[in-house]
Design a protein around this ligand. Structure first.
Ligand code: FA5
Ligand code: MG
Length: 469
């Protein structure tokens, strides 16, 4: 896999690509070859691949996952559950199987953790859609089938209270098999079935204490969010209704649980209504596609992307042409968990401190009681970007985040760009980032913070040839 030149001069490889150390990495007990030109997954990220917070019964993410699974399956128990997929997937699974164009930004090294050219840490649970559609293909006796997948997903991203390089998603999908009409019936059996399925979800929605108000002007479909040729207008209408009501049921269940607990605790900011809105969206493997947002404590919060599954995906999963129609959604769990359990910083979800973990129990939505707020201490790093040197790559913001994460890990609360300008005479560009060091478990000493900051600065100079100011 490696050019001979590099294998023979291994010391050279160390020097050039010091973050890799060896040309292999072990993830979940499997050895993967690394590729110096491509690999950007780091030890600090690999350490998180075995945590499986979504499977922990008394962890906020696990409690939320369980709550949603139970609610969705309370309607008619059609969702098969797959919660044990390992995070390393192929580029085929994560992108190609879903029809991502070759130049889609989601594939870029600045956003995705690559292990080598063919393997990466999944960036979304949709990476397992094809496999799950294959798994349910042979439930041929049922008109309707479905699945739910929950897993950890990985994205190179900024550092602050609501962003972490690992978060959790739940993927859901439902399919109906097209069947002919029974003798004397007005409509084919599967159409009658979908109508009945919608009624069942609506019944559940009507049982909620605080009824959800839905703002949806995404229908009629616009040109940029078109329906697929192979589906009739009626099918699109019914499938979308079932999808949207099912997603609303999740939101309604979860936020009603929260509202009840706020009422019980006489919280003074208890909302009197529950508002969501639908927005047109684009995903390569669904058409039409939407996102849903919820109005919570004065802000619109994006919860979930979804749409009607493109027939190509079903064909790739071995379905016959025109045999099946259906929908899929992908829901982020961490931010919902944070507001349900009132967790102020996303790093807490990863804390092993018992003062955190002991606060939660299976099936219960309780408010997190902060055990301490340790003071933070910030340091600025200002530097000139290299100019006219084609051999050094410019620093992508996510590369800087990665350096900081590797050196200081969870001791960093946030990193913000505070200044950037181009020198009018020399044309050189200067950047200044503010790193806020703050531990959730203890006080940091000045000496400790200085040492971390020195390491960050040297690494930045070494890897990206920037000039510190
Ligand atoms: C997706 O990941 C698609 N796979 C969703 C999908 C599935 C669409 C099936 C169609 C069919 P998106 O990147 O928007 O889409 O992420 C989905 C949800 O994950 C978001 O709505 C949000 O709730 C959550 N999410 C995304 N990025 C982050 C992040 N950095 N931190 C926490 N949650 C996030
Ligand atoms: Mg989105």
């Amino acid at each position: 896999m490696f050019p001979n030149r590099i294998i023979r001069t291994r010391a050279g490889l160390y020097r050039l690509y010091s973050t890799l150390k060896v040309p292999h990495v072990e993830i979940n007990g499997i050895n993967y070859k690394t590729d110096p030109k491509i690999t950007n997954v780091t030890d600090s990220i690999i350490k998180l691949t075995g945590r499986s917070l979504h499977l922990k019964e008394s962890h906020p993410v696990g409690i939320l996952r369980d709550l949603i699974e139970k609610k969705l399956n309370s309607v008619d128990n059609t969702f098969k559950i797959f919660n044990n997929f390992k995070p390393v997937v192929t580029t085929m699974e994560n992108f190609d199987s879903l029809g991502f164009p070759k130049d889609h930004p989601g594939r870029s090294k600045s956003d995705t953790y690559y292990i080598n050219e063919t393997h990466l840490l999944r960036t979304h649970t949709s990476a397992h859609e094809l496999e799950c559609f294959e798994k349910i293909r042979n439930d041929a006796d049922n008109i309707k089938s479905g699945f739910l997948i929950s897993a950890d997903v990985y994205r190179r991203d900024e550092i602050d209270k609501t962003h972490y390089p690992v978060f959790h998603q739940m993927e859901g999908a439902t399919i109906w098999r097209r069947t002919k009409a029974n003798e004397g019936a007005k409509e084919p059996t599967y159409i009658e079935k979908i109508r009945e399925d919608i009624r069942q979800v609506e019944d559940q929605l009507n049982k909620e204490n605080v009824k959800i108000t839905v703002d949806d002007d995404t229908i009629p479909l616009k040109e940029y969010n078109p329906k697929q040729e192979y589906m009739s207008d009626l099918e699109v209408d019914l499938c979308s209704q079932h999808l949207k009501r099912s997603v609303e049921l999740i939101v309604s269940e979860v936020f009603n649980k929260k509202i009840s607990s706020m009422v019980k605790n006489k919280a003074n900011n208890t909302p009197k209504e529950l508002k969501v809105r639908w927005i047109n969206a684009y995903f390569p493997w669904t058409a039409p596609s939407w996102e849903i947002e919820v109005w919570w404590q004065g802000e619109w919060l994006e919860l979930c992307g979804c749409g009607l599954i493109r027939q190509d995906v079903l064909l790739r999963a071995g379905y016959k042409p025109s045999e099946t129609i259906g929908w899929a959604f992908g829901l982020g769990l961490d931010r919902i968990a944070m507001l349900l359990f009132e967790i102020p910083d996303i790093r807490l979800l990863w804390s092993s401190d018992e003062r955190f973990s002991k606060q939660f129990s299976k099936g219960l939505i309780t408010s997190f009681k902060p055990y301490s707020k340790h003071p933070g201490s910030f340091r600025d790093v200002a530097f000139w970007l290299p100019k006219d040197k084609l051999d050094v790559h410019q620093v992508h913001e996510n590369d800087l985040m990665e350096i900081i994460r590797n050196i200081a890990g969870d001791l960093v609360e946030s990193v913000k760009l505070v200044d950037s300008f181009t020198h009018p005479k020399t044309g050189r560009k200067s950047m200044c980032y503010r790193i806020n060091y703050q531990s959730m478990d203890r006080n940091l000493t000045n000496a400790e913070v200085n040492a971390l900051q020195d390491m960050v600065c040297s690494k930045l100079v070494k890897d990206y040839s920037v000039e510190l100011r």
